[in-house]
Design a protein around this ligand. Structure first.
Ligand SMILES: [Zn+2]
Length: 224
């Protein structure tokens, strides 16, 4: 029998869907009424590739800065279930993937946590990657759940998200690892470690957005 919590989640999701249906639509970027995404906000979703290296040396290329319009649009896609926004965001991710994905490379995604998947009923990153034209190959799965990141220092956060993933075999292949937002890169580092342990030749990461430096220290709870 489903737990009370799962039932409660289902009721909340159903109510949210009903409200989304009845409430007038507003721009996900600026709140302008009667439009899902206005032309001004659409114009703000242009890839400005940003490259950085994680603490473990993994190269990460991000399409957008996670602030302003792009951050609001991605949040609405993820937290309000407005999946139609993937149509506007996917080409931005796709333009970076087009530069990065080599001929024999496998494209895969960082899996959502089980709780996030239950809450949303879909995987935003997989949706974005699929829409961008690269069907993701499911390689990674979580073998344990990290605890809440809130209140943890940088080193403790890294330890908390270490050893979370295992990968299916990918011997000798280059892998492009995709996630929605990179903050410290600790989750990407752990996913890349799992891919290399499974035989990946080279791993490079691509994210839709990167958290600007001044927000790194804010200790966001859900992204790493
Ligand atoms: Zn707008």
């Amino acid at each position: 029998m489903p737990s009370r919590r799962v039932l409660a989640d289902a009721v909340v999701a159903a109510l949210r869907d009903a409200l989304t249906f009845w409430l007038p639509i507003a721009c996900a970027g600026c709140g302008l009424v009667d439009v899902g995404l206005c032309s001004g906000c659409r114009a703000a979703l242009i890839a400005a590739p940003h490259r950085r290296r994680t603490e473990a040396g993994l190269s990460v290329i991000s399409a957008l800065e996670f602030s302003g319009v792009p951050a609001r649009v991605l949040r609405v896609l993820k937290e309000e279930g407005r999946t139609s926004l993937a149509r506007a965001l996917a080409p931005v991710l796709g333009s970076v993937l087009a530069d990065v994905v080599g001929e024999d490379a496998v494209v895969t995604t960082v899996p959502s946590s089980r709780a996030a998947y239950r809450r949303r009923g879909y995987r935003p990153v997989d949706l974005l990657v699929r829409r961008s034209g690269w069907p993701p190959v499911p390689l990674l799965r979580s073998v344990r759940t990290p605890r809440d990141q809130r209140g943890l220092g940088r080193a403790a956060r890294r330890a908390n998200v270490g050893g979370v993933f295992v990968s299916r075999p990918v011997r000798g292949r280059d892998v492009v690892l995709v996630d929605d937002v990179v903050t410290t890169g600790a989750t990407l580092d752990d996913a890349a470690r799992a891919l290399r342990a499974a035989g990946a030749r080279g791993v490079v990461a691509v994210t839709l957005a990167h958290t600007p430096r001044h927000l790194d220290r804010a200790g966001r709870s859900d992204e790493t």
